[in-house]
Design a protein around this ligand. Structure first.
Ligand code: NAP
Length: 514
């Protein structure tokens, strides 16, 4: 006998496989994307959802990255949800503990706790064609879901280089996003591998405490001064009492950032002025011309992420610091060997080597209408329609999907645009009486041809660098070649002419043992 699907947000367990609960939406991840999805679903009147989180608390990348000095390079009044302004931000560029606390508060204030499932890593997501739904298998049981919002994040899975001999290194080894707080670096010989945004924040924090610091730099970064300051009590009072002042502040930061887009996207030569500022910053920070030369990038500013720091150069110029201008190639006992043969002794290695971004691990676990994985689908490079949906994977919505990254503004703006799109998709399905939607192959191809066409002029593609924005084939599948406003417009509404609709023909229900 068919009955309506069992609605429950508790998972089935292996002992009770028949009782697989069904939810309208399964959200993967509880960072800004996943929590934002939860708020928007509730506001749309959808309460039948779970937020699946592999760790033991919420916060995503702002939970994982607890390294010393971790902070955001986008002013907090813009790097926060539009629907959850925070008059209490302590600094213009807030630090990780404050951002994490903000996300915890969002989870509380917006009633997301009942939806959160911790220690529930998604191990497989499989489309069940006969039921027109997803089967979501996790380490803590299974669910079925009409739709899945994948907000697992691009900066979630640490990337460690394959270095011969690393397994035999006798000291401590950890990645920037998995900081070993039990290990005291004081007085130790510490090697930091990489000079990206994470390493650049770690280096000045640990340099005064460590005995010797060796930095392995493969490619120098452009660095600009960081205009960070405390938010005064008066400002906080004003933002709390007169919310319009907070909104005004947000709007002005937004406008400044939006104005810069043209330079990154259409006229990289305009960045020459900014590059001159970075050269002056280097000259001010590093007195030794030889060290300065080794820290001077040979590509246009903006091609890789610009670093903001007032302490990075002084730390590298300190007497206990040494810069090796070559990548780590081999480890022989406690000796680290660079690709150019330079050697350094170390008690600990900190990898600031980034994340699996263009080869998202979640894609290995998702199986669509044809039975193959999303990783297989994307073996020629990641792509989606409007950064959100993929042909062959109905009702799977990405938050921070392909080509939604930014070089100069707040990712929270992009996340909120993608959430607008998800909510409109779910409303549209209800309105037309369909169960699922998937983009047509044609619409997806057309969107990506256009994105890649616009990408050709951007600084990320023309600036003469090799960054994590480019995949193994040299295609930029990460950044958005436009303004955040343009992306907002592109994701305001689902255009049904870009989609195929699917209707559930067989009932989803099964007999549930009494
Ligand atoms: P990343 O930008 O990918 O940097 C990785 C670094 O590791 C690069 O310098 C890379 O060199 C280097 N590297 C890789 N393998 C190496 C090897 N064998 N030897 C020596 N160096 C090696 O990673 P990330 O710093 O973690 O930052 C990732 C992203 O997170 C950022 O771009 C940003 O979006 C975000 N983030 C933001 C902030 C902030 O707001 N302040 C802070 C941290 C992170 P190459 O350049 O030569 O590849």
């Amino acid at each position: 006998m068919a009955s309506s699907p069992k609605r429950s947000t508790q998972p089935s367990t292996p002992d009770d496989p028949l009782a697989t609960p069904h939810v309208r939406v399964a959200v993967i991840g509880s960072g800004f994307g996943g929590l934002g999805a939860g708020v928007r679903l509730r506001r749309a009147g959808i309460t039948d959802f779970v937020i699946l989180e592999r760790a033991g608390s919420a916060g995503g990348t702002w939970r994982d990255n607890s390294y010393p000095g971790c902070a955001c390079d986008v002013p907090s009044h813009l790097y926060s949800f539009s629907f959850a302004p925070n008059p209490e931000w302590p600094r213009s560029f807030s630090r990780q503990p404050d951002i994490r606390a903000y996300l915890e508060k969002v989870a509380d204030v917006f009633g997301l706790r009942p939806h959160l499932r911790f220690h529930t890593e998604v191990t497989e997501l499989r489309w069940e064609r006969e039921h027109t739904r997803w089967r979501v298998t996790t380490r803590a049981g299974s669910w079925t879901a009409d739709a899945v919002v994948s907000a697992s994040g691009p900066l979630a899975d640490p990337k460690l280089p394959q270095v011969p001999g690393l397994a035999e290194f006798p000291g401590r080894v950890f990645h920037s996003s998995r900081w070993d707080h039990d290990y005291d670096l004081t007085g130790k010989r510490v090697a930091v591998i990489g000079t990206g945004a994470s390493a650049a924040q770690i280096i000045p924090e640990i340099q005064p405490a460590v005995g010797e610091l060796t930095v392995f730099q493969r490619t120098p970064a452009w660095v600009l001064p960081r205009a960070d300051r405390e938010i005064t009590a008066l400002e906080k009072w004003l933002h709390g009492r007169i919310p319009a002042t907070g909104l005004l502040r947000r709007a002005s930061v937004f406008a400044m950032r939006e104005l810069q887009v043209g330079a990154f996207v259409r006229q990289p030569e305009m960045l020459r002025l900014v590059q001159r500022m970075a050269v002056r910053n280097l000259e001010r920070g590093i007195a030794d011309p030889e060290l300065r030369a080794r820290l001077t990038p040979d590509y246009r500013i903006g091609c890789k992420r610009i670093l903001l720091s007032n302490t990075y150069y002084p730390a590298l110029a300190a007497p206990n610091a040494r810069l090796v201008t070559s990548g780590l190639a081999e480890v022989r006992g406690s000796t680290l060997v660079a690709a150019d043969g330079t050697e350094a002794e170390a008690d600990a290695i900190v990898f600031g080597t980034g994340f699996h971004v263009t080869d998202l691990p979640i894609a290995e676990r998702v199986f669509g209408t044809e039975g193959h994985s999303l990783a297989e689908e994307w073996k020629g490079g990641m792509e989606a329609l409007r950064g959100s949906t993929v042909h062959g994977f109905p009702n799977l919505f990405f938050v921070i999907g392909p080509n939604t990254g930014l070089g100069n503004s707040s990712m929270i703006l992009m996340i909120e645009s993608q959430l607008n799109y998800v909510i409109d998709a779910l409303r549209t399905l209800d309105a037309v009486g369909a169960t699922a939607m998937q983009p047509t192959a044609r619409a997806q191809r057309h969107w990506n041809l256009e994105v890649q066409h616009r990408m050709r002029r951007t600084v990320w593609n023309t600036g003469g660098c090799r960054s994590w924005y480019l995949d193994s084939q040299g295609r930029n599948t990460i950044t958005w070649p436009g303004s955040t406003s343009a992306f907002r417009r592109a994701t305001r509404r689902v255009d049904l002419s870009e989609y195929e609709l699917l209707k559930r023909t067989a009932p989803v229900a099964r007999e549930v043992a009494a």
